[in-house]
Design a protein around this ligand. Structure first.
Ligand SMILES: *[C@@H]1O[C@H](CO)[C@@H](O)[C@H](O)[C@H]1NC(C)=O
Ligand SMILES: *[C@@H]1O[C@H](CO)[C@@H](O)[C@H](O)[C@H]1NC(C)=O
Ligand SMILES: *[C@@H]1O[C@H](CO)[C@@H](O)[C@H](O)[C@H]1NC(C)=O
Ligand SMILES: *[C@@H]1O[C@H](CO)[C@@H](O)[C@H](O)[C@H]1NC(C)=O
Ligand SMILES: *[C@@H]1O[C@H](CO)[C@@H](O)[C@H](O)[C@H]1NC(C)=O
Ligand SMILES: *[C@@H]1O[C@H](CO)[C@@H](O)[C@H](O)[C@H]1NC(C)=O
Ligand SMILES: [Fe+2]
Length: 448
């Protein structure tokens, strides 16, 4: 069963630079494709936030505790009821069903103490392969527009769009995402941290605008997230309050670390930021680490049902930008742990044979050979991922990196590009790709 992950870069030069990575989990081998896509996309039209305090805004979906359950999250300025009206379009069923949920009050910590109510309604067990429409709000105070979404087909091969570092400024991959999403190309979105730059700005209005900007996509597709460094203010409260990640496999219950099953994959989201914003509590490192170990243990025993284990987090464990910043120092924390090697992640990923790691934060695109403990593992152009514990990095950015210094000979990059026209392979042992944006190779994963 293939999983395809489409990688986007939200930058000016990168509008055309969306690549499509298809991972096939036909146990134990499969295929990987990277396809270039055409730059002609319709203009994205931003719908402003409704003025009335009662109207639902910032509407988005996420997976519930399983693939056929969906949670609708939205916000209102005033305190209203939390209801969703659901109608089955395919198979057709004219019966509208009403679901009740609950809301939490969210007060921004800025001077205005701007207040909103975040509503969450779970639509449990909707069945495989359904097409639904829904609207949210309440009977008493009015409804949103109708939005359509699908539940996956039984035995499906997930198609995911993955990116990070979007921002309100220069979110140029949005039109492409919109177009692809409405063409039904994806089953879900993975936004790996750094959302609005920054959500708490203008007393939280920037966060509201960002959530409204992504609503046309996020109200139709599960929008699965990780926290990034740009969400650090007020103990990540804008991130924790605005998103609703699954709790079925435990985690912190605040969307900072969690996991979910999706087709052939077990997908884990973590906070890399616990390693950097330690002023919010070092104990969070421990609770995340302990949970991750238990989650990997369980997932690794469930390989027959879910052969892929994928982890995502904001700051890369491997990257090769020579800016003296995170690729030089931060990545070390990710691999070897905080300060005195507390809670190092790489040994865990290696032990449990995590197949794929998705990172963001660095505003360049990179894909790695299988690499653990700074060593490139077995890999070739024909079979780049022949090791378990193969890590793959893709880092996508909001700000265009106009010039990137040549990587200092780290031997791990398969594909690296600061612009579609400028393939800069950083792996001294590899043959430079003719084009970073059109290449396909076989992927195989050894059973462990
Ligand atoms: C699926 O998840 C929903 C909540 O998200 C839960 O109510 C339901 O019991 C779960 N169903 C199964 C079969 O696990
Ligand atoms: C929304 O709340 C504000 C502040 O509490 C209040 O002044 C206003 O009347 C409310 N609006 C509606 C439509 O209820
Ligand atoms: C339509 O949905 C209602 C409520 O979920 C259910 O009771 C009914 O059996 C459904 N009808 C058909 C024809 O599927
Ligand atoms: C939902 O809440 C409304 C208003 O409180 C109530 O009338 C209705 O019975 C509830 N419906 C369900 C399905 O719980
Ligand atoms: C930040 O939030 C976490 C989780 O809610 C909590 O455990 C921690 O104590 C908080 N830190 C501070 C400094 O408030
Ligand atoms: C790498 O692959 C080759 C050919 O498949 C094999 O002979 C060799 O033992 C492998 N090396 C390692 C370190 O796994
Ligand atoms: Fe970042």
């Amino acid at each position: 069963m293939p999983i395809s992950i489409k990688l986007g870069i939200a930058g000016r030069l990168f509008t055309a630079a969306l690549a499509c990575l298809t991972l096939a989990a036909t146990v134990p081998t499969g295929r990987l494709f990277i396809q270039s896509t055409s730059p002609e996309v319709p203009l994205y039209v931003y719908t402003p936030i409704p003025e009335s305090g009662l109207e639902p805004r910032n509407i988005h979906l996420s997976f519930g505790d399983n693939e056929t359950s969906v949670v609708v999250t939205w916000s209102t300025r005033n305190d209203t009821q939390s209801q969703v009206q659901l109608m089955s379009v395919q198979p057709p069923n004219a019966t509208e069903k009403l679901y009740n949920g609950s809301s939490t009050i969210f007060v921004d910590s800025g001077t205005k103490k701007a207040t909103q109510y975040v509503h969450r309604v779970t639509l449990p067990d909707l069945g495989w392969g359904g097409l639904f429409k829904y609207r949210c709000g309440s009977q008493a105070t009015g409804w949103s527009d109708w939005f359509e979404f699908r539940t996956p087909k039984r035995g499906f091969s997930p198609r995911l769009a993955m990116f990070g570092d979007m921002g309100m400024v220069n979110a140029q991959s949005l039109p492409r995402l919109m177009q692809d999403a409405s063409a039904g190309m994806y089953d879900a979105i993975l936004h790996v941290g750094d959302f609005a730059y920054d959500m708490q700005e203008q007393d939280g209005a920037t966060g509201d605008q960002f959530m409204q900007m992504i609503q046309p996509i996020a109200a139709r597709l599960p929008y699965m997230t990780c926290v990034g460094n740009h969400e650090f203010m007020y103990n990540f409260s804008h991130y924790k309050n605005r998103f609703t990640m699954p709790k079925g496999f435990g985690g912190d219950g605040e969307s900072m670390f969690y996991s979910f099953d999706l087709g052939p994959a077990h997908i884990i989201g973590i906070s890399t930021e616990f390693y950097f914003f330690v002023e919010y509590g070092v104990d969070q490192l421990k609770s995340q680490y302990d949970w991750l170990q238990a989650d990997l243990e369980r997932a690794s025993k469930n390989r027959a049902a879910r052969p892929w284990i994928i982890i995502m987090g904001h700051r890369p464990m491997y990257c090769s930008n020579d800016d003296g910043d995170d690729c030089t120092f931060g990545a070390l924390f990710m691999r070897e742990g905080f300060l005195a090697r507390w809670y190092p992640l790489e040994p865990l990923l290696q032990k449990y044979g995590v197949d794929l790691a998705l990172w963001a934060h660095e505003h360049t695109y990179e894909r790695m050979w299988p690499v653990t403990r700074l060593e490139v593992r077995n890999g070739s152009w024909a079979e780049p991922y022949s090791e378990p514990a193969a890590l793959c990095t893709s880092s996508l950015g909001r700000l265009v990196v106009e010039s990137v210094t040549t990587p200092s000979g780290r031997r791990c990059t398969i594909l690296r590009s600061a612009a579609p026209t400028m393939a800069t392979p950083g792996c001294r042992s590899s043959t430079p790709p003719t084009s970073a944006w059109s290449r396909s190779a076989t992927i195989s994963r050894v059973e462990s």
